[in-house]
Design a protein around this ligand. Structure first.
Ligand code: BMA
Length: 328
Protein backbone atom coordinates (compact mmCIF):
# COMPACT_ATOMS: atom_id res chain seq x y z
CA UNK A 1 0.00 0.00 0.00
CA UNK A 2 1.23 3.48 -0.91
CA UNK A 3 1.43 5.71 2.17
CA UNK A 4 1.10 9.46 2.48
CA UNK A 5 3.45 10.64 5.23
CA UNK A 6 2.34 13.61 7.34
CA UNK A 7 -0.49 14.87 9.47
CA UNK A 8 -4.08 13.76 9.31
CA UNK A 9 -6.61 16.32 8.10
CA UNK A 10 -10.13 15.02 8.76
CA UNK A 11 -11.69 18.25 7.39
CA UNK A 12 -9.83 18.18 4.04
CA UNK A 13 -12.16 19.40 1.27
CA UNK A 14 -13.30 16.31 -0.59
CA UNK A 15 -15.57 14.82 -3.23
CA UNK A 16 -15.53 11.21 -4.42
CA UNK A 17 -14.25 10.50 -7.93
CA UNK A 18 -17.11 10.69 -10.44
CA UNK A 19 -17.56 7.47 -12.41
CA UNK A 20 -17.01 9.30 -15.70
CA UNK A 21 -13.78 11.07 -14.58
CA UNK A 22 -10.87 10.94 -17.01
CA UNK A 23 -7.31 10.97 -15.63
CA UNK A 24 -6.01 10.92 -12.06
CA UNK A 25 -7.46 14.29 -10.92
CA UNK A 26 -11.11 15.29 -10.78
CA UNK A 27 -12.40 18.82 -10.34
CA UNK A 28 -14.56 20.11 -7.50
CA UNK A 29 -18.10 20.28 -8.86
CA UNK A 30 -18.56 23.92 -7.72
CA UNK A 31 -15.37 25.26 -9.31
CA UNK A 32 -14.21 27.94 -9.39
CA UNK A 33 -14.16 28.37 -5.61
CA UNK A 34 -12.93 31.99 -5.82
CA UNK A 35 -14.04 34.34 -8.57
CA UNK A 36 -12.50 37.51 -9.89
CA UNK A 37 -13.96 39.62 -7.13
CA UNK A 38 -12.26 37.85 -4.22
CA UNK A 39 -11.49 41.11 -2.45
CA UNK A 40 -12.31 44.79 -2.73
CA UNK A 41 -10.02 45.79 -5.57
CA UNK A 42 -9.33 42.49 -7.28
CA UNK A 43 -9.43 41.96 -11.01
CA UNK A 44 -8.51 38.29 -10.56
CA UNK A 45 -7.60 35.79 -7.80
CA UNK A 46 -5.46 32.82 -8.85
CA UNK A 47 -2.15 30.94 -8.33
CA UNK A 48 -2.67 30.93 -4.55
CA UNK A 49 -1.63 28.75 -1.60
CA UNK A 50 -3.50 27.35 1.41
CA UNK A 51 -2.62 25.42 4.60
CA UNK A 52 -4.48 23.97 7.58
CA UNK A 53 -4.70 26.68 10.27
CA UNK A 54 -6.32 26.45 13.71
CA UNK A 55 -9.65 24.65 13.24
CA UNK A 56 -9.86 25.65 9.56
CA UNK A 57 -7.56 26.96 6.87
CA UNK A 58 -5.49 30.02 6.03
CA UNK A 59 -3.93 31.04 2.77
CA UNK A 60 -1.90 33.57 0.85
CA UNK A 61 -3.67 34.68 -2.31
CA UNK A 62 -2.50 36.33 -5.47
CA UNK A 63 -4.97 39.11 -6.16
CA UNK A 64 -4.17 41.25 -9.16
CA UNK A 65 -5.87 44.61 -8.67
CA UNK A 66 -8.07 46.53 -11.07
CA UNK A 67 -5.04 48.72 -11.78
CA UNK A 68 -3.32 45.39 -12.70
CA UNK A 69 -0.76 45.38 -9.93
CA UNK A 70 0.25 42.02 -8.48
CA UNK A 71 0.29 41.49 -4.71
CA UNK A 72 -0.36 38.80 -2.10
CA UNK A 73 -3.16 38.84 0.49
CA UNK A 74 -3.99 36.68 3.51
CA UNK A 75 -7.29 34.79 3.60
CA UNK A 76 -9.16 32.52 5.98
CA UNK A 77 -11.67 29.72 5.60
CA UNK A 78 -13.57 27.27 7.78
CA UNK A 79 -13.93 24.58 5.11
CA UNK A 80 -11.14 25.27 2.58
CA UNK A 81 -13.70 26.14 -0.09
CA UNK A 82 -15.38 29.37 1.02
CA UNK A 83 -12.74 32.03 1.54
CA UNK A 84 -12.62 35.51 3.05
CA UNK A 85 -9.65 37.37 1.61
CA UNK A 86 -8.30 40.56 3.20
CA UNK A 87 -8.58 43.82 1.27
CA UNK A 88 -5.05 44.97 2.17
CA UNK A 89 -1.89 43.13 1.04
CA UNK A 90 0.02 41.11 3.66
CA UNK A 91 1.94 43.22 6.15
CA UNK A 92 5.64 42.51 5.69
CA UNK A 93 8.08 43.68 8.35
CA UNK A 94 11.65 42.66 8.85
CA UNK A 95 15.18 42.85 7.92
CA UNK A 96 15.96 45.85 5.77
CA UNK A 97 14.06 48.51 3.84
CA UNK A 98 16.06 47.54 0.78
CA UNK A 99 14.47 44.09 0.81
CA UNK A 100 11.03 45.27 1.98
CA UNK A 101 10.81 47.67 -0.95
CA UNK A 102 7.84 46.49 -3.00
CA UNK A 103 7.95 46.19 -6.77
CA UNK A 104 5.46 43.33 -7.19
CA UNK A 105 4.63 40.03 -5.54
CA UNK A 106 2.90 36.99 -7.02
CA UNK A 107 2.43 33.21 -7.11
CA UNK A 108 2.85 32.42 -3.36
CA UNK A 109 3.50 29.01 -1.82
CA UNK A 110 2.96 28.31 1.92
CA UNK A 111 3.92 25.52 4.31
CA UNK A 112 4.25 24.87 8.04
CA UNK A 113 7.74 24.10 9.36
CA UNK A 114 9.54 24.48 12.71
CA UNK A 115 6.54 26.15 14.38
CA UNK A 116 6.00 28.81 11.69
CA UNK A 117 4.26 29.22 8.37
CA UNK A 118 6.74 29.98 5.60
CA UNK A 119 5.76 31.84 2.44
CA UNK A 120 7.77 32.01 -0.77
CA UNK A 121 6.68 34.03 -3.79
CA UNK A 122 7.94 35.63 -6.95
CA UNK A 123 9.29 38.94 -5.65
CA UNK A 124 10.16 41.93 -7.81
CA UNK A 125 13.70 43.03 -6.97
CA UNK A 126 15.19 44.50 -10.16
CA UNK A 127 13.46 41.64 -11.92
CA UNK A 128 11.69 38.57 -10.58
CA UNK A 129 13.36 36.54 -7.81
CA UNK A 130 12.19 34.48 -4.83
CA UNK A 131 10.94 36.26 -1.70
CA UNK A 132 10.79 34.43 1.65
CA UNK A 133 8.83 35.32 4.79
CA UNK A 134 7.39 33.63 7.86
CA UNK A 135 4.36 34.22 10.05
CA UNK A 136 2.55 32.62 12.96
CA UNK A 137 -0.75 34.50 12.69
CA UNK A 138 -1.19 35.43 8.98
CA UNK A 139 -1.35 39.07 10.13
CA UNK A 140 2.33 40.04 10.37
CA UNK A 141 4.87 38.44 8.08
CA UNK A 142 8.61 38.73 8.69
CA UNK A 143 10.45 39.04 5.40
CA UNK A 144 13.85 37.39 5.06
CA UNK A 145 16.46 37.85 2.35
CA UNK A 146 15.53 37.01 -1.22
CA UNK A 147 16.68 33.43 -1.77
CA UNK A 148 18.27 33.92 -5.18
CA UNK A 149 19.50 36.52 -7.63
CA UNK A 150 17.10 37.69 -10.30
CA UNK A 151 15.84 36.22 -12.55
CA UNK A 152 14.00 33.37 -10.93
CA UNK A 153 10.41 32.19 -10.42
CA UNK A 154 8.54 29.36 -8.73
CA UNK A 155 10.54 29.01 -5.52
CA UNK A 156 9.00 26.02 -3.77
CA UNK A 157 10.42 24.66 -0.50
CA UNK A 158 10.43 21.07 0.66
CA UNK A 159 8.34 20.84 3.85
CA UNK A 160 11.19 19.67 6.10
CA UNK A 161 14.97 19.56 6.24
CA UNK A 162 16.54 16.79 4.16
CA UNK A 163 19.96 15.53 5.26
CA UNK A 164 20.15 18.44 7.70
CA UNK A 165 19.50 21.13 5.05
CA UNK A 166 16.51 23.18 3.98
CA UNK A 167 15.80 22.63 0.30
CA UNK A 168 14.04 24.74 -2.29
CA UNK A 169 13.20 24.12 -5.94
CA UNK A 170 13.26 27.02 -8.34
CA UNK A 171 13.11 27.82 -12.02
CA UNK A 172 15.76 30.29 -13.25
CA UNK A 173 14.18 32.54 -15.87
CA UNK A 174 14.44 35.88 -17.64
CA UNK A 175 12.74 39.23 -17.17
CA UNK A 176 9.80 38.55 -19.49
CA UNK A 177 7.34 35.79 -20.36
CA UNK A 178 10.21 33.31 -20.27
CA UNK A 179 10.24 30.92 -23.25
CA UNK A 180 12.47 28.34 -21.48
CA UNK A 181 12.94 26.88 -18.01
CA UNK A 182 14.20 23.86 -16.07
CA UNK A 183 13.85 23.01 -12.38
CA UNK A 184 16.79 23.09 -9.94
CA UNK A 185 17.10 22.33 -6.19
CA UNK A 186 19.15 24.51 -3.82
CA UNK A 187 20.13 23.89 -0.20
CA UNK A 188 20.44 26.14 2.83
CA UNK A 189 21.51 25.65 6.45
CA UNK A 190 19.57 28.73 7.63
CA UNK A 191 16.99 29.80 4.99
CA UNK A 192 19.20 32.82 4.17
CA UNK A 193 22.22 31.45 2.28
CA UNK A 194 21.28 29.13 -0.58
CA UNK A 195 23.78 26.99 -2.49
CA UNK A 196 24.69 23.47 -3.65
CA UNK A 197 22.42 24.01 -6.65
CA UNK A 198 21.49 20.76 -8.38
CA UNK A 199 19.72 20.25 -11.69
CA UNK A 200 16.47 18.34 -11.22
CA UNK A 201 14.58 18.15 -14.48
CA UNK A 202 14.18 19.73 -17.87
CA UNK A 203 11.54 20.24 -20.52
CA UNK A 204 10.81 17.39 -22.92
CA UNK A 205 11.23 18.57 -26.49
CA UNK A 206 9.97 15.47 -28.28
CA UNK A 207 6.43 14.31 -28.94
CA UNK A 208 6.92 11.78 -26.16
CA UNK A 209 5.59 14.56 -23.90
CA UNK A 210 5.17 17.73 -25.94
CA UNK A 211 2.85 19.49 -23.45
CA UNK A 212 5.98 20.26 -21.36
CA UNK A 213 8.27 21.29 -24.23
CA UNK A 214 8.68 25.05 -23.56
CA UNK A 215 9.19 25.31 -19.77
CA UNK A 216 8.33 23.61 -16.50
CA UNK A 217 8.05 24.87 -12.92
CA UNK A 218 7.33 23.33 -9.52
CA UNK A 219 3.81 23.73 -8.11
CA UNK A 220 2.71 22.81 -4.58
CA UNK A 221 5.06 21.99 -1.69
CA UNK A 222 6.14 18.38 -2.47
CA UNK A 223 4.15 15.63 -0.74
CA UNK A 224 6.08 13.03 1.25
CA UNK A 225 5.06 9.45 0.43
CA UNK A 226 6.39 5.93 0.94
CA UNK A 227 7.45 6.02 -2.77
CA UNK A 228 9.41 9.29 -2.58
CA UNK A 229 8.46 12.96 -2.84
CA UNK A 230 5.34 13.34 -4.94
CA UNK A 231 5.76 16.51 -6.92
CA UNK A 232 3.08 18.29 -8.93
CA UNK A 233 4.33 20.83 -11.44
CA UNK A 234 3.26 22.91 -14.42
CA UNK A 235 4.42 22.31 -17.97
CA UNK A 236 4.05 24.65 -20.92
CA UNK A 237 3.88 24.24 -24.70
CA UNK A 238 4.06 27.09 -27.23
CA UNK A 239 1.20 26.97 -29.71
CA UNK A 240 0.11 29.31 -32.52
CA UNK A 241 -2.11 31.00 -29.92
CA UNK A 242 0.60 31.30 -27.26
CA UNK A 243 1.48 29.31 -24.14
CA UNK A 244 -0.74 26.51 -22.79
CA UNK A 245 -0.19 25.48 -19.14
CA UNK A 246 -0.92 21.92 -17.95
CA UNK A 247 -0.09 19.94 -14.78
CA UNK A 248 2.27 16.99 -14.47
CA UNK A 249 3.58 14.76 -11.68
CA UNK A 250 6.88 13.20 -10.70
CA UNK A 251 8.36 11.12 -7.89
CA UNK A 252 11.66 12.30 -6.42
CA UNK A 253 14.22 10.47 -4.31
CA UNK A 254 13.43 11.07 -0.64
CA UNK A 255 17.04 11.85 0.40
CA UNK A 256 18.38 13.38 -2.82
CA UNK A 257 15.29 15.02 -4.30
CA UNK A 258 17.06 16.29 -7.42
CA UNK A 259 17.02 12.62 -8.54
CA UNK A 260 13.80 11.99 -10.48
CA UNK A 261 12.56 8.40 -10.05
CA UNK A 262 9.42 8.63 -12.20
CA UNK A 263 7.84 11.35 -14.28
CA UNK A 264 4.56 11.05 -16.07
CA UNK A 265 4.70 11.68 -19.83
CA UNK A 266 0.94 12.23 -19.85
CA UNK A 267 -0.36 15.34 -18.14
CA UNK A 268 -2.51 14.97 -15.01
CA UNK A 269 -4.79 17.99 -15.59
CA UNK A 270 -5.19 20.33 -18.55
CA UNK A 271 -7.30 23.42 -19.29
CA UNK A 272 -10.50 21.80 -20.58
CA UNK A 273 -13.23 23.54 -18.59
CA UNK A 274 -14.50 26.94 -19.69
CA UNK A 275 -13.10 28.78 -16.63
CA UNK A 276 -9.65 27.31 -17.38
CA UNK A 277 -9.78 28.19 -21.08
CA UNK A 278 -11.40 31.63 -20.93
CA UNK A 279 -10.10 34.47 -18.79
CA UNK A 280 -7.38 37.10 -18.75
CA UNK A 281 -4.79 34.54 -19.91
CA UNK A 282 -6.59 31.66 -21.67
CA UNK A 283 -5.65 28.00 -21.30
CA UNK A 284 -3.82 27.98 -17.97
CA UNK A 285 -4.02 25.58 -15.04
CA UNK A 286 -1.33 26.54 -12.52
CA UNK A 287 -1.06 24.54 -9.25
CA UNK A 288 0.38 26.26 -6.14
CA UNK A 289 -0.84 24.21 -3.16
CA UNK A 290 -2.05 20.80 -2.02
CA UNK A 291 -3.78 19.75 1.19
CA UNK A 292 -3.25 16.15 2.26
CA UNK A 293 -4.75 13.72 4.77
CA UNK A 294 -2.42 10.90 5.77
CA UNK A 295 -5.32 8.85 7.24
CA UNK A 296 -7.16 8.49 3.91
CA UNK A 297 -4.46 9.40 1.36
CA UNK A 298 -6.69 12.19 0.04
CA UNK A 299 -5.13 15.15 -1.78
CA UNK A 300 -6.83 18.46 -2.70
CA UNK A 301 -4.89 20.52 -5.26
CA UNK A 302 -5.46 24.31 -5.48
CA UNK A 303 -4.77 25.88 -8.84
CA UNK A 304 -5.15 29.09 -10.77
CA UNK A 305 -7.48 28.97 -13.77
CA UNK A 306 -6.79 31.18 -16.81
CA UNK A 307 -4.98 33.68 -14.54
CA UNK A 308 -8.44 34.79 -13.38
CA UNK A 309 -10.08 32.49 -10.80
CA UNK A 310 -9.13 29.68 -8.38
CA UNK A 311 -10.12 26.02 -8.60
CA UNK A 312 -9.68 22.80 -6.63
CA UNK A 313 -9.13 19.28 -7.93
CA UNK A 314 -8.98 16.02 -5.98
CA UNK A 315 -6.93 12.85 -6.16
CA UNK A 316 -5.48 10.24 -3.80
CA UNK A 317 -1.88 9.31 -3.20
CA UNK A 318 -2.61 5.83 -4.56
CA UNK A 319 -4.16 7.15 -7.76
CA UNK A 320 -1.51 9.80 -8.49
CA UNK A 321 1.55 7.69 -7.63
CA UNK A 322 0.27 4.77 -9.71
CA UNK A 323 -0.50 7.06 -12.66
CA UNK A 324 2.93 8.73 -12.40
CA UNK A 325 4.63 5.32 -12.54
CA UNK A 326 2.38 3.84 -15.21
CA UNK A 327 2.87 6.71 -17.67
CA UNK A 328 6.55 7.32 -16.83
C1 BMA B 1 3.74 32.73 -15.66
C2 BMA B 1 3.42 33.39 -14.33
C3 BMA B 1 2.14 32.81 -13.79
C4 BMA B 1 1.03 32.82 -14.81
C5 BMA B 1 1.52 32.24 -16.12
C6 BMA B 1 0.49 32.32 -17.22
O1 BMA B 1 4.89 33.29 -16.24
O2 BMA B 1 3.27 34.78 -14.51
O3 BMA B 1 1.74 33.60 -12.72
O4 BMA B 1 -0.05 32.05 -14.36
O5 BMA B 1 2.67 32.88 -16.54
O6 BMA B 1 0.21 33.65 -17.55
Amino acid sequence: MIKLIGDTLPNIPWQEKPTDAVGPLWRYSNNPIIGRNGNKRSNSVFNSAVVPYKDGFAGVFRCDSRSISMDIFAGFSKDGLNWKIEDEPINLVGIEDEILNREYRYDPRVHYMDGKYYVTWCNGYHGPTIGVAHTTDFKTFTQMENAFLPFNRNGVMFPRKIGGMYMMMSRPSDNGHTPFGDIFVSQSPDLTFWGKHRFMMSTIKTDESAWQSTKIGPGPIPIETSEGWLMIYHGVITTCNGFVYRMGSALLDIDEPWKVLYRSKDYILAPHELYECVGDVPNVVFPCAALTDSATGRIAVYYGCADTVTGVAFTTVEELVNYTKEYS
